[in-house]
Design a protein around this ligand. Structure first.
Ligand code: BTN
Length: 266
């Protein structure tokens, strides 16, 4: 099956009929760049660039959380970074809201709902389809957040190396069809704008949606927090303090996204 000719990322095509007011006010598409998060960070020095989105068809130094690499073949993914200079949310709620926005933007694909593996992975049928890298560039006059999003779209199973094959997937694989990345980009930006607005006036709605989409809620989670291992049952999320575990060792404890790495969720 051939890719639709509308698939190639283009600012005018993404902007056509895009109903957002903030996210995507300015859209840039790079043919090839190091990391869209780095380009977005440069634009974030100017407060007027709130809502600007940088896409790239190819990244030479794409990165993920905790120093990991984010790799994708050319034109196979959505790789974008959104500049947020006008933010009112605490980092934990912002991170939660971004995950809800990406999962909700993907919606149901091939009969499966996109789910959240806290803090930043989006899962389809038990495999990772997208990742989020939220970076802060805070300084004395406020600064900015850069919301980096990578979504696997056109990868076939053998595009992932042997160690990734059991845990990674793409939208094409799960939908048994060819994704139109321009349409998906519009859905993504619309969802990010929607959920950022919701979070500002009703954070409970965000946590409620997170509970609905979480693969970890009411399941055992093992994690490393500041170098120490913890295990327990996930009993919820706090919009300021992060993941809530009923610890195996007794007691309840919260873990913020910035200092936590998930080892295992079952
Ligand atoms: C992760 O899964 O650890 C997060 C992956 C985030 C990847 C995206 S692609 C666009 C943006 N630019 C980057 O270098 N990283 C993010």
């Amino acid at each position: 099956m051939a890719r639709p000719n509308t698939d190639q990322l283009d600012p005018d095509k993404i902007k056509a009929n895009l109903k957002t007011r903030r996210i995507g006010r300015k859209i840039l598409v790079y043919n090839r760049t190091s990391s869209t998060n780095d380009i977005a960070a440069e634009y974030a020095k100017n407060k007027n660039n709130d809502g600007l989105v940088v896409f790239a068809e190819e990244q030479t130094a794409g990165r993920g959380r905790a120093g990991s690499k984010w790799q994708s073949g050319r034109e196979e993914s959505i790789q974008c970074s959104i500049v947020l200079t006008d933010y009112k949310l605490n980092p934990e709620l912002l991170s939660l809201t971004c995950a809800v926005a990406v999962a909700d933007g993907l919606g149901i694909i091939g009969g499966a709902e996109a789910k959240i593996k806290w803090p930043n992975d989006i899962i389809l049928n038990g495999k990772k389809v997208a990742g989020i890298l939220l970076e802060s560039k805070l300084n004395n006059d406020g600064g900015a957040y850069i919301l980096g999003i990578g979504i696997n779209c056109h990868q076939k199973q053998d595009c992932f190396g042997p160690e990734l094959q059991p845990i990674a997937t793409s939208i094409d694989i799960e939908s048994h069809s060819i994704t139109d990345r321009v349409s998906l980009a519009k859905r993504l930006l619309t969802s990010v704008e929607h959920w950022l607005e919701v979070a500002e006036y009703n954070s409970e709605k965000v946590t409620e949606k997170w509970r609905q989409l979480s693969i970890q809620l009411n399941h055992r989670v093992k994690l490393i927090y500041n170098g120490q291992e913890f295990a327990g049952n996930c009993i919820g999320i706090d919009p300021e303090k992060g993941l809530i575990l009923q610890l195996d060792t007794g007691g309840v404890r919260m873990f913020d996204a910035a200092h936590t790495t998930i080892v295992k969720s079952s």
